[in-house]
Design a protein around this ligand. Structure first.
Ligand SMILES: CC(C)(COP(=O)(O)OP(=O)(O)OC[C@H]1O[C@@H](n2cnc3c(N)ncnc32)[C@H](O)[C@@H]1OP(=O)(O)O)[C@@H](O)C(=O)NCCC(=O)NCCS
Length: 175
């Protein structure tokens, strides 16, 4: 039995969507099970949350299952202490034919003091799939605010860079 099926008709699925339509937030407490020996949250847990939050935004935009095609480099600006609240924000910045760039921002909050810090940002590319080995077209993104238009523009440059990198790696492998 299929675990899912497309429920949105194709015309509706491919209708342009606003950035706010895909905006997603997930939060969880940093728990001791995910601590490194210094008592901070391990980076792998943050990466996991980034992938999940990215996939939620991409799925909201595509109204189909998605797979992670690539993750641009990630930096960890501050450690997250066990007991702090980790909040991961994600939106689709731009969509092309079957792929989408999702911007993800990780914040941590000290619930005792209320101090909030930006700890990580990342860009991920997701591809919409049909679950039968095929890829699906996705709706265009309709940026509204100046910030959304700037991200949309920059996403185009990042995509060129990613595809150049992919082609270069394929060439090196073929040698
Ligand atoms: C990602 C995947 C679907 C791409 O399939 P493919 O047949 O190589 O696809 P194509 O070369 O036709 O690319 C499809 C789209 O993905 C984009 N893409 C492919 N590789 C990419 C990469 N490394 N970075 C960014 N975009 C990429 C292409 O530009 C294209 O976008 P467009 O349709 O919007 O123009 C396929 O490689 C795959 O299924 N990989 C495994 C994914 C996975 O298991 N992820 C982790 C668990 S979810």
């Amino acid at each position: 039995m299929e675990a899912w099926k497309l429920v949105t008709d194709e015309e509706e699925r491919l209708r342009g969507r606003r950035v706010s339509d895909s905006a997603s937030v997930i939060s969880e407490l940093a728990l001791p099970n995910d601590a490194n020996p210094l008592g901070y949250l391990i980076g792998g847990r943050v990466m996991h949350l980034v992938d999940i939050a990215g996939a939620i935004a991409a799925t909201r935009h595509a109204r189909s299952p998605v797979v992670t095609a690539s993750v641009d480099y990630m930096t960890f600006l501050h450690p997250i202490q066990i007991g702090q609240l980790v909040t991961v924000l994600s939106t689709v910045n731009r969509a092309w034919n079957t792929s989408m760039e999702v911007g993800v921002k990780v914040m941590c909050e000290d619930l005792m003091t209320g101090e909030v810090r930006h700890t990580t940002s990342a860009y991920l590319t997701f591809v919409a799939v049909d679950g039968k080995g095929g890829k699906l077209k996705v709706a265009p993104v309709l940026p509204e605010s100046e910030e959304e238009k700037r991200r949309f523009e920059h996403a185009g440059k990042r995509r060129m860079h990613r595809l150049e990198m992919k082609a270069r790696l394929a060439q090196e492998k073929a040698r």
